[in-house]
Design a binder for this molecule. Structure first.
Ligand code: KG4
Ligand code: ZN
Length: 341
């Protein structure tokens, strides 16, 4: 029996929706005891993007070692677990199936419950791990490889979609544009690294739906503009000016995210902003939102860097938060956020 055991429940969180095999041990008071993950970058690099079948196979290989690592790091055994939370969706079908089957099988074997968690609710829950006083209502800006959404979150897990991208997600824009500029995979963090000392005004890349006073996004025009830019300029020019080009690209993405978030805050009157999803690791976005929130006297709640990209702790956290309010059901429906009436 571990020293963790008290009146706190011990949760195992499992995330396998895309290209990270992630497991975590989290106690019901939202203390993360371990959060190891395996990133499948090497498996997908040569294809320049995630290949679902390869991802599913890699999850199958890594899920057991990752669970073992999570238990060892937390200094507990399987018998100490009280419940399991796993990502039910949205995500890639094969990878999701691996996590769900493993979680359900293990839970059955141990005689404990397993609960399916909405991945996007998991990203929002990550903010609670780093901001213990966080309470709804708040606006959440969810920016990942697959999603870009502004959501109004009210008590009782009531979600209202204020706006989302009409085409590419912000992370996808980082990745695809970075790839066009000759950076590696995944390009998001590499664009950000190049951008850190660059001139953000070097080139004015377009910002989709900039002039419209609503919370919708569009990033496909940016991708086309970057493609045109690479056709009109020599590879030598791109290489020489890569820092300034990346800084300008990052500015185009971040500036529109900040602008639309401001609209969402005004529209809802919310005094708290949560930032989440993989792109929330972007330091320029974090710094611009920190400044904007300070100016508008809004409390800013980003997740710690370890909880920005996909991880097991956020999945456990989502289940724990629902469990606290007695609103946890197995297999709750994975549906898109409710559209604004
Ligand atoms: O949330 P996440 O791990 O997976 C999805 O649910 O999609 O997000 C991954 C996305 C990728 O597009 C990646 O390039 C982007 O987050 N990302 C970043 C940074 N770190 C991760 N984008 C910009 N700057 C970063 N520092
Ligand atoms: Zn994600």
């Amino acid at each position: 029996m571990s020293s963790l055991k008290s009146n706190r429940k011990i949760w195992l969180g499992i995330e396998t929706s895309c290209d990270e095999t992630a497991c975590a041990i989290v106690t019901s008071d939202l203390v993360v005891k371990s959060n190891p993950l395996y990133s499948q970058y090497n498996e997908h690099r040569e294809f320049g993007g995630v290949v679902p079948e390869i991802a599913a196979r890699a999850h199958l290989e890594k899920i057991h070692p990752m669970i073992a690592a999570a238990l060892t790091e937390a200094n507990i055994g399987l018998a100490d677990l009280d419940a399991i939370a796993f990502t039910r969706g949205p995500g890639l079908m094969g990878p999701l199936l691996v996590g769900a089957s493993f979680a359900r099988g293990l839970a059955k074997d141990l005689g404990i419950p397993a609960y399916g968690v909405n991945h996007l609710e998991g990203h929002i829950a990550a903010a609670y791990l780093s901001n213990p006083g966080l309470k709804a209502p708040f606006v959440a800006l969810t920016v990942s490889g697959g999603h870009t959404e502004l959501i109004f979150v009210e008590p009782g897990f009531q979600y209202t979609l204020l706006g989302r991208t009409r085409d590419d997600a912000a992370g996808e824009a980082f990745d695809k544009c970075g790839k066009l500029l000759g950076l590696g995979y995944p390009a998001g963090p590499l664009v950000s690294r190049e951008a850190s000392n660059g001139n953000r005004k070097f080139f004015a890349f377009p910002q989709g739906l900039r002039g419209e006073d609503q919370c919708e996004f569009s990033f496909s025009g940016l991708k086309t503009a970057v493609l045109r830019y690479t056709e009109e300029n020599s590879p030598e020019f791109i290489r020489t000016n890569i820092r300034d080009i990346c800084a300008s690209l990052e500015e185009a993405i971040v500036d529109i995210l900040v602008k639309k978030t401001g609209i969402a805050l005004r529209r809802t009157g919310a005094r708290t902003l949560v930032l989440c999803g993989g792109v929330s690791a972007n330091s320029h976005l974090r710094s611009r939102l920190t400044d904007a929130c300070k100016r508008q006297q809004v409390q800013f709640c980003p997740p710690a860097l370890a909880y920005c990209t996909d991880n097991g702790a956020m999945i456990a956290a989502a289940a724990i938060l629902r469990d606290r309010d007695d609103l946890l059901q197995d297999q709750w429906e994975v549906k898109p956020w409710l559209p604004l009436a």
